[in-house]
Each structure stands twice: as structure tokens, then as C-alpha cells.
Design a protein around this ligand. Structure first.
Ligand code: 2BA
Length: 109
């Protein structure tokens, strides 16, 4: 069995959850925050049998798109001057960042 952890954009999260359930995957959706943008994203935990991992990845890939995002300059006042960028910067935020981990034990009580 594997645990798939997928960090996706909020905009894609509801559609992804619907499709995962339609394909009979069990998933838990968590509100998360990206360390770089310091804005909300969504983390999915999907526990599944090894033979279904590829299908889960296919569903994630199909429902999550990468987008350009403009990062506005943030005043260093009261913040960290090291990370100050004086002009807006366009960055590419990925559709999904995915980790596939082995599961040692799966228990339900
Ligand atoms: P954030 O940390 O908010 O990052 C959003 C996007 O900002 C990233 O998109 C990347 O394009 C850019 N970015 C991140 N760190 C950067 C840096 N030091 N310099 C320049 N640009 C940077 P993605 O790479 O697609 O990541 C989307 C979200 O996935 C991340 O949000 C974070 O929440 C998560 N993530 C990505 N890689 C991760 C990792 N290795 N471990 C844990 N979470 C990760």
C-alpha cells in the first residue's frame, strides 16, 4: 500500500476530490499553506493499493493545471528584508506536487 501526498492549487481541489471519489479512491483534503507564497493551497492524502497508484496519479494530473501567478512586492517593514522583491514577479505554480510514500501499517479502529 502507498500514501500519496499531493499539494494542489485551491482552484483545482474540489474537482480533484470529486474525481477521486468517482474513481473509488479514499482521500482526505487538508487546508495548507505554501512556504514561498505564504498563501493557501490544498493537500490531499490518498491511501491506496500499490496497483492503483498510477491511476491516482493520472486523475491528479488530469485535474490539476499549472498557472502563472504574479507575486506582488511586499514591504520589508516589520518583515524580513532579505526576501524583499521591489517589483512584481511572475512565477509558475505547479499543478500538483506529489510524494508517494510506502505505508508500513494501515489500521482502522
Ligand atoms: P509555495 O511554497 O507557496 O510555492 C509556490 C511556487 O513558488 C512554487 O510552485 C514555485 O514555482 C515557486 N517557488 C517556491 N519556492 C521558491 C524559491 N525558493 N525560489 C523561487 N521560486 C520558488 P511549486 O513548485 O509548484 O510548488 C507549489 C506548492 O507545493 C508550494 O507552495 C508548496 O506548498 C508545495 N511544495 C513544493 N515543493 C515542495 C517540497 N519539496 N516539499 C514540500 N512542499 C512542497
Amino acid at each position: 500500500m502507498k500514501m500519496i501526498i499531493a499539494i494542489v492549487q485551491d482552484k483545482d481541489s474540489q474537482r480533484l476530490l470529486t474525481e477521486l471519489v468517482e474513481h473509488n479512491f479514499r482521500a482526505t483534503k487538508l487546508a495548507s499553506t505554501g512556504g514561498f507564497l505564504k498563501s493557501g493551497n490544498t493537500t490531499f492524502m490518498i491511501g491506496t493499493d500499490d496497483y492503483r497508484v498510477d491511476k491516482a496519479l493520472e486523475v491528479i494530473k488530469k485535474n490539476c493545471q499549472s498557472r502563472e501567478q504574479l507575486v506582488a512586492p511586499v514591504s520589508p517593514m516589520g518583515g524580513n528584508a532579505d526576501s524583499y522583491v521591489p517589483y512584481p514577479v511572475e512565477i509558475q505554480v505547479g499543478g500538483a506536487t506529489v510524494f508517494v510514500l510506502p505505508i508500513e501499517q494501515f489500521l482502522q479502529f
